[in-house]
Design a protein around this ligand. Structure first.
Ligand code: NAD
Length: 453
């Protein structure tokens, strides 16, 4: 690891990654490697947690191809030196901003969308001209191995290398000096990463998690709301960072909402056989999740099976903020439903918690929409939809407060992996002697005037 890190540092200093053609070539190569090896990638992820080719394409590879195409298409524009106006005290001069890569970057991935969460930041890092060491999550070991095999066989380790491993390897990597660290994962490990980065004053992007609420107002379009909400919650068996974690539904429609949710789950036939459902990632998480199913609060579902790491899509009702399930992020196929009567009350309750990664509101009422946008702070969200905000690369994706620092996707990813160097360039033919000694009241008067312009 030490040698690879040293070599990447030397390689960055050759300036090769700064050329646009180098970056475009690397992006094209990455795309063709993924395309040529789709079968291998599908097989690996299916062994790890029975994720289907359809889901792997729609929420992993397809997004990556789009990211690559977009970066290639816009790279010249994003990398351009941007002129800005010059203020009068500096007259005559030019002012401009030069985007430059940070240098040597470390990307640490999470397991739940193992290809997308490892490679989407890598695409942004390549586009911005950095070198990359990628440490995918060790939890889905076949996908981690597939990534390491494909990347390490096709890219020079001086530029882009995958290092596999768990806590020991990540701890070693975090103790080294980096120019940028990009981490996706849980809040507690995010804190470890932030602390390690602080030792070297390394800039970080932290893509974390938390409990993302969904609010279902009495005036919503119930049928569409339930369809979108159930899809979003049970996609990837609830193992999605921006999945609705819990629902506040208006008391007047609570019963109809619960019945409609049950109907929608039944109609969706979530199962491994239908390839529209995945396993819980490991036994530890399976046990953690099944312990959260309180039989006294069970409305629908609740069946599970440790051999297959299966948990049926489950609805819990009559939940209050004091229930265990309301303490930490669920990250699994269990949806607790809480009822409310007063919007102000739930806004207050959400505000008592850490700022969520996402928030969803289902309503046709403009004043409800406005209140949620105005009064709650969260990373990203949707109105009358859930999760799909992530698929628009024009929207920066990230958290706020405990749900994360920084954002990426599309140009936002390029910016995340770039430093913007500010330059003032002066000609030598003119000198406005105002700043030099001897000072005078007249000079001060002119300076004051120029500063006002
Ligand atoms: P995790 O924090 O357990 O692991 C993430 C990475 O950190 C892995 O690569 C792992 O090897 C490494 N790691 C684990 N323990 C470590 C330690 N002690 N020291 C150093 N590194 C360590 O998270 P996870 O279980 O892979 O993912 C689930 C969490 O990630 C959830 O909270 C979820 O909400 C969040 N998440 C966030 C996003 C996002 O984009 N915001 C996306 C996916 C997942």
């Amino acid at each position: 690891m030490k040698k690879i890190i040293q070599d990447q540092r030397l390689f960055f200093h050759t300036n090769q990654t700064k050329s646009i053609s180098f970056r475009i070539k690397a992006l094209k190569k990455l795309k063709s490697i993924l395309q040529e090896n789709e079968t291998l990638l599908y097989e690996a992820i299916y062994i790890d947690f029975k994720k289907s080719a359809f889901d792997t394409y729609t929420n992993e590879l397809g997004l990556l191809y789009k990211d690559i195409d977009e970066a290639i298409h816009h790279l010249k524009k994003w990398s351009k030196i941007k002129s800005v106006s010059t203020n009068w005290v500096n007259f005559p001069a030019k002012s401009y901003i030069v985007p430059e890569p940070f240098g040597n970057t470390l990307i640490i991935g999470a397991w739940n969308y193992p290809y997308q969460l490892s490679l989407a930041p890598a695409i942004a890092a390549i586009a911005a001209g950095n070198t990359i060491i990628l440490k995918p999550s060790e939890v889905p070991k076949n996908t981690s191995r597939a990534l390491a095999t494909l990347i390490n066989k096709n890219f020079s380790p001086n530029f882009f290398n995958v290092i596999e491993g768990g806590v020991d390897e990540t701890t070693y990597l975090l103790n080294q000096k980096w120019d940028k660290i990009f981490f996706t994962g849980s809040v507690p490990i995010g804190k470890i990463v932030y602390e390690a980065a602080a030792k070297h004053l390394t800039p970080v992007t932290l893509e974390l998690g938390g409990k993302s609420p969904a609010i279902v107002a009495s005036d919503c379009d119930l049928k569409t709301t339930v369809k979108r909400l159930i899809w979003a919650k049970f996609l990837n068996a609830g193992q999605t960072c921006i999945a609705p974690d819990y629902v506040y539904v208006h008391k007047t429609i609570e019963t109809d909402f619960l019945k409609a949710c049950q109907k929608e789950i039944e109609a969706s036939h979530f199962s491994f056989e239908n390839q529209n459902y995945v396993q819980i990632i490991n036994e530890k998480n399976h046990k953690r999740l099944t312990n959260l199913i309180d039989p006294n609060k069970l409305f629908f579902g609740g069946n599970h099976n440790i051999e297959n790491r299966y948990i049926q899509p489950t609805l819990l009702n009559n939940i209050t903020e004091d229930d265990t399930i309301m303490k930490d992020e669920i990250f699994g196929p269990i949806l607790p439903v809480l009822s409310y009567t007063d919007l102000s009350d739930i806004i207050h309750k959400i505000k008592q918690r850490p700022k969520p990664l996402s928030c969803y509101v289902f309503t046709n009422d403009n004043s409800t929409k406005k209140r949620i946008l105005n009064e709650l702070s969260f990373g990203s969200g949707s109105i009358n939809e859930a999760i799909m905000q992530i698929s628009n690369s024009k929207l920066p994706f990230g958290g706020v407060g405990e749900s994360g620092i920084g954002s990426y996707h599309g140009e936002h990813g390029f910016r995340t992996f770039s430093h913007y160097k500010s330059i003032l360039e002066k000609p030598n033919w003119f000198e406005l002697n105002l700043k030099y000694f001897p000072h005078s009241l007249k000079k001060l008067k002119i300076i004051k005037f120029l500063l006002k312009l």
